[in-house]
Design a protein. Sequence first.
Length: 552
Amino acid sequence: MGGEVGAQHARSRALAVLRIRSRALAVALVPAAVAVVLLVAAAQGRIDGSGWDTTRWAVTATALVVLLLAAVVAVVIVRARPALSPTVDLAESAAPDLYRLVRDLAERLDVPPPSAIALTPDCDSWLEDRTHPAHTATGRGAMPARFIRGAADARSVRARRVPAAPVLVIGSPFMWWMRVGELRAILAPVVAGTGPSAHPDIAAARRFVRGLDAAVGVAGRPGLGPVRRVALGFVGSVARLLLRGCRVHAAEMERGVAAAASERAQAVDYGVRIVAQEQVGLAYAGWDRLLTRVALPAWRMGRWPSRLDAGVVSALTELSRRDRLAEGFTSRLGERPACDLLEEPGVADEATSLLAARLFHGGPAEPGPDWAPVDWTAYPEEVVDRKWRTEAARLHRVLDALGERRDAEPAAPTLARVIDHLTASDGEAAEHLADRIAAEVAVEEAASAPPAPGPEPWGADAIPLFPLQPPRTGRELLADHVTAMVCCAAVDTAGALPGLDWLDGPSLLIDDVRRSDLASPVLTLVEDGDAEDLRAWLATVGIRPEKPVRLV
């Protein structure tokens, strides 16, 4: 589908959506039109009799009820706040070079420039319409958690009007990993989408569909009273019916818009875009590993890495060295990174890092005593070592609760105690131990979870929006706790150090070398009760399992 053909297709589908809106309005007006005809006919004496009087008043009453219901539906659709992506907004004073790049790109593409730029902690970029009346009514509407301004106006945050053009949302990992030329090439087809977005029919159709979607969300919101639940239930039914009628047309409209934007952007940095697409795939892989392996352990302890985007550069560099996907990456790292287009990259990185913790884990919206930032240099000591000792302490508490100790005094927290318990018990005591650890973890996580929030400003009713990992099984938790105990013993008796691997997270350093061969002997002990492989590993490293370790 070519550019002009795609644009025409998008406009035709937008008109189809608007025709559905017009038909819905016409259906609502039919009883009123019939009532008007009957009233005029009665006034002119063309109809008479008690039967006609009854019919006339019944139709009039029906028309009033239908008009009232239609007005309620229309008000809810107009006032319902469509979901907006959680972002960190960038004022132009905070990123003048980035704004200049986007404006030059829009001028080159002959399309209107985006109204503003925002960052999101995700590997994607898109245009977002923020012109719904529910957003403009308050000036900011459902704007995101952070607003980054330049140094000149950092202390003068004021509400701003939401302009008509869409907002350009850029994935923050792209800003730190992409070079300037790569970012411009990746953004070209996105910015080109402002052209079709400016067409009045397409804009009206999008607003209508987004309003319907928001009305369905309002109708399904929990905690409504009985009267509002009934009223909004009717509104939701009507909105869902209209959405079903619009779905195909709206999807085809967006395909046409995408085709038109892609075709328009073909002539802009096409060769660079092909190379940059490889970096997009690399960014997805590295970002996912950084969140699940590195950030998640910190979030679970009430700490949030404050430089996630800077960390993704280290993670992707390491991934590039291990994977042939990014051969020749060293030469591209000598080019100017896109984050140089920001006046204060560190401020933006911290804001997006906090938003990432909010989205993916459900942490508080602001730092606090139990929700503090952590720098990468302090991560091994403040997160890795603390994680190991917390899990080792939990393991020994569970052993005490199971009655494993043989005298009145608590047993010393040694690795030998853990090994003896797992080798002396059959597979079912081990299962009991795993179940008790899982229960304790569940209780502690529930106690430390943030209070249930109300509806979020971006339309979500629950946090986190995107849980990173499924719940861990008892056996997996037991293996993690035994590994933590081994690492504590290594640090306390063999001079090992906690470390950070950018792709695998917490790691054990022995003689400054990362040891990645611990998982197999631990699993053999946990699954089979066989400690021979683990004892051999301990002897090789020089760990003394009979020595007590320090717990938190």
